[in-house]
Design a protein around this ligand. Structure first.
Ligand SMILES: [Zn+2]
Length: 322
């Protein structure tokens, strides 16, 4: 997810007026749940704060945190990390470059942690920043209060895949399966515990942001992750789950792409697929009930991105956008 589009005031009010997310009974924002011994899942408050989820992984002498979050989310996750373990946070892995996953980088490095990521994350940051940071600073006090002209890039980047960290107590694999949500998408896999942290390549709920993505390739990325032996799926947004989260996310992207492609073949234009009613965009395209967990207020934007991707024969993220 990326902050600006979903959380511009109008989008935010539309979400609230739909009451869509508020009625999701399985959401437990700001709670920390143990997934396996020494592995915790912190569900971020996406509705009020725009925060992503965080994972805390305990090693022999230190902690690894997955995703830097926004600055305010970084502080909340750091406080919770201190509650579950007295060990210091040594590494913070940015799954991708979006503000709700990486703008807190400097909060962590000021605490002595090293921010790490695939090289593709740093490349995406160069592509889109500092413009996005500067617009986020106008909307968010925690970003403005960092008094910086742009986000702090990850301090260490790597291109080996998987990139492995191990200290004899636990093996942590940083893996890349290609371009889904962003060009830099990184996963974290714990083979012994069968835990997979997905970043926003996999969401558990209607949180998919597709403008920087590659919708046509997205199912291939999730299929790559599905080859791993996984019991626990810890998504970038939404509650933790099992393998069914991967299956559903992949199906959503397949149905979105298939539905828009069929509409284009039958001669429909973007204006037929996304209409404006009472000043609000509404998708005319219906997706099957089997993927309804992933369908929400972002559907018109997702249909628009899929339409542009298919008609231009170029990934949505490769087309001109902010
Ligand atoms: Zn994102």
């Amino acid at each position: 997810m990326r902050y600006p589009r979903l959380f511009l005031i109008t989008g935010f009010l539309a979400l609230l007026s739909l009451g869509f997310l508020l009625t999701r009974g399985d959401a437990q924002p700001n709670t920390v749940k143990q997934i396996a011994p020494g592995v915790w899942f912190r569900e971020g408050d996406i509705i009020h704060e725009g925060h992503c989820n965080n994972m805390i992984i305990e090693m022999k002498d230190y902690l690894i945190v997955v995703d830097a979050n926004f600055p305010s989310g970084a502080r909340a996750a750091l406080a919770d990390a201190k509650k579950v373990s007295s060990k210091p946070v040594k590494y913070v892995f940015d799954t991708h470059h979006h503000g709700d996953h990486a703008y807190g980088n400097a909060v962590w490095t000021q605490q002595g942690a090293v921010t790490i990521a695939f090289q593709g994350v740093a490349d995406e940051m160069k592509r889109y920043e500092p413009a996005r940071w500067q617009s986020a600073a106008k909307e968010r006090k925690d970003v403005a209060d960092m008094h910086s002209n742009g986000p702090e890039p990850p301090k260490q980047t790597f291109t080996d895949n998987p990139h492995v960290l191990t200290d004899g107590t636990r093996r942590v694999e940083f893996r890349s399966f290609g371009w889904a949500h962003t060009r830099g998408d990184g996963f974290v896999y714990l083979p012994k515990e069968k835990v997979l942290c997905t970043g926003d390549a996999v969401a558990n709920g209607p949180y998919n942001y597709t403008a920087d993505g590659n919708i046509g390739n997205w199912p291939n990325v999730v299929a790559g992750a599905m080859k791993l032996d996984v019991e626990h799926v810890l998504p970038g947004h939404g509650p933790a789950g099992g393998k069914e989260v991967l299956v559903g996310q992949r199906a959503f992207m397949l149905e979105l792409h298939k539905g828009v492609e069929a509409a284009i073949k039958s001669g429909q234009k973007l204006g037929d697929l996304v209409k404006t009613e009472n000043g609000r965009q509404v998708a005319a395209l219906q997706l099957p009930d089997s993927v309804k967990n992933w369908v929400g207020p972002s559907l018109p934007a997702q249909v628009t991105d899929a339409y542009n991707e298919i008609t231009n024969k170029k990934a949505a993220g490769d087309l001109p956008h902010q």
